[in-house]
Design a protein around this ligand. Structure first.
Ligand SMILES: [Zn+2]
Length: 263
């Protein structure tokens, strides 16, 4: 779910070994962080799905049975056992757990003995860690949600798809602050950009991009640069490669990812 931090080739190699099925499963990379496993036996697929949810490199993996879907967001399903804490004993009943679970996603199972619900979530939606529940009697209580075997997620916006260091919400706020700071510091910012172009000589593209797009044209600028220099690389491959390169920039795993493993 976080291609910047997960190495797909390593995943294809290690997962079938972890399942002890390396002689009966063939993995293939599909690009853009996607991949496919071909199983020889249906029984193996059933066994593997008992191990949900999956994770690799300290980030979650959405693994679903193949369907002919064209949607670029496919697959987006991930199943978690969600433990619910804080439900009053006199409301401790299946319908209570079920209705809280339904607010998160599709409820697949209710385990009343353990006080948990198995829910199928949409990985693009941020996780919910607490919710206020109102009962028929009018009573309200705060219920804490603990996701079993949860690994990496963003500490800022609770997304499963990126680390806090890559959080778009934080990045936007940072960019806005920087733009504001630049405006405050240099009322004649245009002239400074022009100077940048002259000093950098041939590498002056950045200066141009900044000049025309003062609020955060950096990413776009980079993309343009690659297009010019790497014309021989097909577009699809290039996109995938861009994600891999990001791995090096991120430094991979968020150090506190493991701490969440038993939540
Ligand atoms: Zn985030």
């Amino acid at each position: 779910m976080n291609p910047a931090a997960q190495d797909v080739q390593a995943l294809l190699h290690h997962m079938p070994r972890f399942w002890k099925m390396e002689d009966r499963v063939a993995g293939a990379e599909l690009g853009l962080g996607r991949f496919q496993f071909d199983f020889d036996n249906e029984e193996d697929i059933i066994e593997v799905f008992k191990l949900e949810p999956f994770h690799f490199d300290y980030w979650m993996v959405s693994l679903v049975r193949w369907e002919p879907v064209v949607d670029p967001s496919y697959p987006s399903a991930i199943k978690f056992w969600v433990r619910m804490m804080g439900i009053p004993l006199h409301f401790w009943a299946k319908p209570t757990f079920r209705s809280i679970g339904e607010a998160l996603g599709e409820v697949l199972e209710v385990d009343i003995d353990e006080g948990r619900v198995k829910v199928c979530l949409d990985r693009y939606k941020p996780l919910t860690f607490e919710t206020t529940v109102e009962f028929h009697s009018g009573e309200e209580t705060l219920v804490a949600l603990r996701y079993e075997r949860l690994f990496g997620y963003c500490r800022e916006c609770f997304s499963l798809c990126h680390d806090v260091s890559q959080c778009p919400t934080l990045r936007r706020a940072r960019e806005e602050r920087e733009t504001q700071r630049r405006r405050d510091e240099k009322p004649d910012g245009g002239a400074m950009s022009y100077k940048g172009v002259v000093i950098n000589g041939s590498g002056g593209e950045n200066g141009n991009v900044r000049k025309s797009q003062p609020n955060g044209g950096d990413t776009k600028g980079k993309g343009k640069l690659e297009e010019v220099r790497e014309e021989h690389i097909p577009r699809k491959w290039k996109a995938w490669w861009g994600e891999l390169r990001l791995t090096a920039e991120t430094g991979g795993i968020h150090p506190s990812g493991t701490a969440q493993a038993d939540q």
